[in-house]
Ligand binder design. Structure first.
Ligand SMILES: Nc1ncnc2c1ncn2[C@@H]1O[C@H](COP(=O)(O)OP(=O)(O)O)[C@@H](O)[C@H]1O
Ligand SMILES: CC(C)(COP(=O)(O)O)[C@@H](O)C(=O)NCCC(=O)O
Length: 332
């Protein structure tokens, strides 16, 4: 049995539990919830998950991500119920309120290299197994980075990933349009190969049951308008959000390991922007990656990304081996 009230710190007045909007769960407490999760993974599905190309420990999938897919499935049903209540209140005309079939939107936030993409791809695969919401689309916010030409013109090439390096208005409109039930909504596409937006290419999203929006800054509040008024931001469209958290030193190591792996694989492609780092020694290449981490990704994590953690519905805290150690779930 999990208490909804966090235990007070040692020596604190036991009648005054620490005020926190979260319930904290250990890995063991969370993974025990898997017993209550219908739809356990079949052998065929385990194979399919392996086919995702991620380094996924299958015990991790069962212990952490399977219960999470059940929690999200419950949230989708409850959110639908709430929309129905709103429609009843509004007279059920279908004009003023949200219509049924409004996509459920999940935000996945966290540092570069913390494992956001891996979590988002896993959630997509697991959520699409539920008969109530088989159509799950995944969109990464890098498609809304300004093109290199524009970043250069604005002097932002060394600020890639910072909030100002995105067309945030277009990103928010994109999600707002999907949530409003538009039949077809399109987004630009970013390529890690050319390190730029792909000219002329668009990604199309057609009325999904669930939309997952993954990116560094998805939980950033909107900037106030010129008149000082608060604007509607991307996170205002989220029905649920996940912040993937870990120690900064661990994330740096994962970043460097990924760079090392990419140097042996994707960077070898003659069209790769990073091909030059396959032509120098591994140490020289890693020096570049260390500098990028120290001057771009780490400051962005500390200044912009980490401060949004307290806005998430669920915080997943990973240990040095990527295994989830504890979770904090926002109480209703
Ligand atoms: N659960 C996991 N187990 C093992 N390695 C992982 C896991 N999640 C991510 N990684 C590795 O950590 C690195 C960063 O993960 P990635 O999903 O690419 O991060 P992000 O999308 O946040 O930049 C990658 O090399 C990835 O293979
Ligand atoms: C493309 C990114 C900004 C991540 O974007 P996101 O999908 O989170 O919007 C990041 O992966 C990146 O390339 N950062 C620039 C510094 C670097 O090369 O690591």
């Amino acid at each position: 049995m999990i208490s909804l009230v966090s235990s007070p710190p040692r020596g604190a007045n036991r009648h005054k539990p620490e005020a926190t909007p979260y319930v904290d769960l250990t890995r063991a407490e969370w993974s025990a919830l898997r017993e209550k999760t219908p739809l356990p993974l079949t052998a065929a599905e385990v194979e399919k998950l392996r086919g995702l190309g991620d380094v996924i420990d299958l015990d991790e999938v069962r212990d952490i991500y399977l219960p999470l897919s059940r929690l999200l499935n419950l949230y989708v049903g409850a959110t639908d119920g709430l929309r129905g209540a709103l429609n009843t209140f509004l007279g059920d005309t279908g004009e003023k309120g949200s219509q049924s079939g409004t996509p459920f939107v999940i935000g996945v936030a966290g540092s570069v290299a913390v494992g956001k993409s891996t979590v988002a791809r896993l959630l997509q695969a697991l959520l699409s197994r539920w008969p109530e919401h088989p159509r799950v689309e995944l969109v990464t916010t890098d498609g809304f980075l300004l093109p290199t030409k524009e970043l250069q013109a604005r002097g932002l090439m060394s600020r890639k990933g910072f909030p100002e390096s995105y067309d945030r208005r277009a990103l928010t409109r994109f999600v707002a349009d999907i949530k409003a039930g538009k039949d077809e909504v399109t987004a630009p596409v970013y390529s890690h190969l050319i390190y730029d937006i792909v000219p002329g290419q668009r990604l199309t999203v057609r009325r999904p049951d669930i939309l997952i929006v993954e990116g560094l800054n998805v939980l950033q509040p909107a900037l106030p308008g010129k008149d000082g008024r608060t604007r509607v931001g991307l996170a205002d469209y989220f029905d649920f959000s996940v912040y993937v958290d870990a120690r900064t030193e661990d994330i740096e190591r994962w970043y460097l390991n990924r760079f090392r792996k990419l140097r042996e694989t994707a960077f070898q492609n003659p069209s790769s922007y990073f091909r030059k780092y396959t032509q120098v020694s591994e140490e020289e290449a890693l020096d570049y990656a260390r500098t990028t981490w120290r001057t771009i990704n780490k400051p962005n994590l500390l200044e912009n990304v980490a401060p949004t953690r307290g806005r998430a519905t669920l915080i997943i805290r990973k240990g040095p081996d990527h295994k989830v150690r504890r979770l904090s779930l926002r109480k209703l």
